[in-house]
Design a binder for this molecule. Structure first.
Ligand code: ADP
Length: 191
């Protein structure tokens, strides 16, 4: 399985790898959830299966902000990881891709909110999937660029004392992995 490591600002380690996020041994894995937060297909379904039925019960206890909406698009919520190796699950909701003007700020917000929540909880290691790159249809080159830029920005905004020391992107398949590596090379070349 392919894996590459890059330095981010403030010494945070960035790992881009191919693999299955449900087996990650980190403080939190991030779930590409939906606003209801009661499970779904894709990575959401895989995480719920691996975590066990306690996860959906914990999600159901997250208060609704509107009827049927526990986590609005672009925001994040945290639960325990239950049977996962990961101690926590950060549930975030990316946008269904519409166009860059509308969708990019929402995707950036999903990543930023996840990093902020991890930092608030004092977590050190965090694994993301490619949010919105499945049924939500975000073009992979653009999704990778928004992902890396927004994570970098959130880490810089969190400042020197930020607890988050390692951020991983765990991607299904070589093509998506290649897009994230390309975006990471572009981002770290700028630094
Ligand atoms: P979204 O609705 O945000 O597009 P999906 O679950 O459809 O969410 O897909 C998000 C990404 O997660 C896709 O790139 C998909 O291939 C990937 N994915 C699905 N299962 C896993 C898994 N177990 N580990 C890592 N990535 C996964």
């Amino acid at each position: 399985m392919s894996s590459r490591t890059f330095p981010l600002r403030q010494g945070t380690k960035l790992v881009i790898k191919q693999g299955d996020i449900t087996v990650e041994d980190v403080d939190a894995i991030v779930n590409a959830a939906n606003e209801r937060m009661l499970g779904g297909g894709g990575v959401d379904g895989a995480i719920h299966r691996a975590a066990g039925p306690q996860l959906v019960r914990a999600c159901a206890e997250v208060p609704e902000v509107y009827p049927g909406v526990r986590c609005p698009t672009g925001e994040a919520r945290i639960t325990p990881g239950f049977h996962l190796k990961a101690r926590h699950v950060i549930h975030t909701v990316g946008p269904i891709y519409h166009n860059d003007r509308v969708s990019a700020p929402l995707l950036a917000s999903a990543y930023r909110s996840s990093v902020e929540l991890a930092a608030q909880q004092g977590l050190a290691s965090l694994s993301f999937p490619g949010i919105s790159t499945g049924v939500f249809g975000y073009p992979w080159d653009k999704a990778a660029q928004v992902a890396l830029e927004s994570v970098q920005e959130a880490l810089v905004a969190a400042g020197e004392g930020c607890s988050v020391r390692e951020v991983r992107f765990v991607l299904f398949g070589q093509p998506l992995y290649d897009h994230f590596v390309e975006a990471a090379e572009a981002l770290t070349a700028e630094a």
